[in-house]
Design a protein around this ligand. Structure first.
Ligand code: SPV
Ligand code: MG
Length: 554
């Protein structure tokens, strides 16, 4: 499905079918009746597909009497052909009419990249050969020869194959009549002869093949003489065996069992392990290829970013407001902070959101999240909460505090960063700052040069004081957002696991994690912003938050 070789090196489907039919060894093709069964046949290793009239009509739920129109059949074939690279030989019944209908059929099949068609010498509308075969009249030999010739004359690819199917033995005629017809059809241009028999043993086929003596490739359908060893067919130089209906028959048994069991049990527990997983369906449909293509072609594609939100803290400075809920659940402008945060994530295509809850975890009833709980929230800090989400870490995620309010572009721009670790630093001055609460000052390799977009700046450390050593000044505040990409995940996991073994792990916060990684030689990128966010640590912050939400983007 991906990375197609240059068209000049591809063997066409008609050529592949011709090779199968004309090869010196016995070949096999298997029935399929829709896109997914065709894919399964190819995956099993078959070199060709029989688009069976019986199976296709059955999957439509109609009889094998030309009840499905030929255009309905051709439409279905298109799905089968699109999802496979092996050739499809259509069971074209009688050609759906006279020579003229046959001409149009061949042209339409070639347009769908169908490799060949088999037509049988009966009268439209036909009946399946195993239903009262003797009562079915055969076509006039001359008329059928005209149909073959018309088909051959209208094909544009020389390799397109027309197989002429002799129904004389099915209709109760003898070998002589079958041979007479086969020879006429060969002379009319048929690429191969399908000789059909409904006996439980292969005697008619063997006798026919002896008499035929390889004048043209022979094709057989051993549905009724299924117990015949393959060697028998080889010995009489059969070219192609069609296993004509076994995919639809196995599907029917599978579906009947499943339906009965689910009906009886009124539940799925017994059936789950006996049916294909939905992931297997996605695989067969080629979901991976689409995901790849989206990355390549779809400009508004959002990568599979996930989010981890830390919301275990009560928010002690908020007094009674957090008596019954953590601060992440405090409403701002009528909507809890966490709801706003989750909505922001979803708006950016981040749907896989893990929230680490702790204090009053049960009050976090925001839909669209996976909740994990830090049961030790009362005696531990941010890193212990983050460690609770360790299992959910991926190569593409964002970690955030649960009390953040920010303009949407901040998250959008952060996600665009492909460095292993990127943090958002607000370079705005004191006027933008929270009035209380811990401030995580970021000391960076360069101050924010606001004239440059996306300058490469690294974090040097995070501290709770703006000034250190009397002269070193922070370049801004870390807002509590980290972007993790690719190897950044492993850096994070390694650091967390190492810190987990230290005695003071319970006291550690996110700045300690960042500083530890920096000390271990990891590079942490800085993405500067200038205002447009706040966090909620106090009643004063909450008041500002109320004002801020009215400025927020919709
Ligand atoms: C079919 O598969 O539809 C065939 C083969 O025509 S048989 O059913 O054996 O006639
Ligand atoms: Mg048929």
């Amino acid at each position: 499905m991906t990375n197609k070789p240059p068209s000049s090196t591809i063997e066409t489907k008609p050529k592949k079918l011709r090779r199968l039919i004309e090869s010196a060894q016995l070949e096999f093709i298997l029935e399929a009746h829709n896109g997914i069964s065709a894919r399964i046949v190819e995956e099993a290793g078959f070199s060709g597909i029989w688009a069976s009239g019986l199976a296709i009509s059955a999957q439509f739920g109609v009889r094998d009497n030309n009840e499905a129109s030929w255009t309905q059949v051709v439409d279905l074939l298109e799905f089968m052909s699109d999802i496979t690279s092996i050739p499809i030989l259509l069971d074209g019944d009688t050609g759906y009419g006279n020579f003229n209908n046959m001409r149009r059929l061949v042209r339409k099949l070639e347009q769908r990249d169908i490799a060949g068609v088999c037509i049988e010498d009966k009268i439209f509308p036909k009946t399946n050969s195993f239903i009262g075969g003797e009562r079915q009249p055969l076509a006039e030999v001359e008329e059928f020869c005209g149909k073959i010739a018309a088909g051959k004359d209208s094909q544009s690819n020389d390799d397109f194959c027309i197989v002429a199917r002799v129904e004389a033995l099915i209709a109760g005629w003898d070998i002589r009549e079958a041979l007479r017809r086969a020879e006429a059809y060969r002379k009319a241009g048929a690429d191969a002869i399908l000789i059909h028999s409904k006996l439980a043993h292969p005697d008619q086929i063997v006798e026919f093949a002896h008499e035929w003596a390889n004048r043209a490739p022979l094709v057989i359908v051993p549905t009724k003489y299924y117990s015949t060893p393959i060697e028998v067919f080889r010995k009489v130089d059969i070219s192609l065996v069609i296993w004509a209906n076994h995919m639809i028959r196995s599907a029917i048994i599978g579906m009947q069992k499943t339906a009965a069991q689910i009906f009886q049990n009124q539940g799925l527990i017994e059936i789950e392990d006996r049916v294909a997983s939905v992931d297997e369906i996605f695989r067969l449909q080629g979901a991976d290829e689409l995901a790849e293509a989206e990355r390549r072609y779809f400009s508004s594609y959002q990568p599979d970013t996930k989010a981890v939100i830390l919301a275990a803290a009560r928010g002690d400075d908020l007094g009674d407001l957090t008596a019954e809920r953590p601060k992440a659940m405090i409403p701002v402008g009528g909507t809890p902070l966490l709801r706003r945060l989750v909505d922001k994530c979803k708006k950016r295509g981040i749907d896989d959101i893990t929230v680490v809850a702790g204090y009053k975890a049960e009050s976090i009833d925001v839909s669209g999240i996976n909740k994990v709980i830090n049961t030790e929230f009362a005696s531990t800090g941010e890193l212990a909460s983050l460690a609770c989400a360790l299992e959910t870490f991926t190569d593409d995620m964002v970690i955030m505090y649960g009390d953040l309010l920010f303009r949407s572009y901040i998250l959008r721009d952060l996600i665009e960063n492909d460095a292993p670790l990127t943090i958002v630093v607000d370079s705005a001055g004191e006027e933008e700052e929270s009035l209380t609460g811990a401030k995580d000052y970021a000391f960076c390799s360069e101050p924010d040069d606001r004239s440059m977009w996306g300058q490469a700046v690294n974090l040097q450390h995070i501290a709770s004081l703006r000034l250190v050593n009397g002269d070193e000044t922070a370049c801004g505040r870390w807002i509590g957002m980290i972007r993790v990409k690719g190897s950044g995940r492993q850096w994070l996991v390694d650091a967390l696991q190492t810190l987990q073994t230290s005695d003071n792990f319970a006291e550690l916060g996110m700045p300690d994690l960042l500083n530890f990684m920096l000390e271990s030689g990891r590079e942490v990128r800085v993405w500067y912003i200038h205002g447009h966010w706040l966090d909620v640590n106090s009643l004063a912050d909450l008041e500002r938050a109320g004002n801020f939400t009215s400025e927020l983007d919709p």
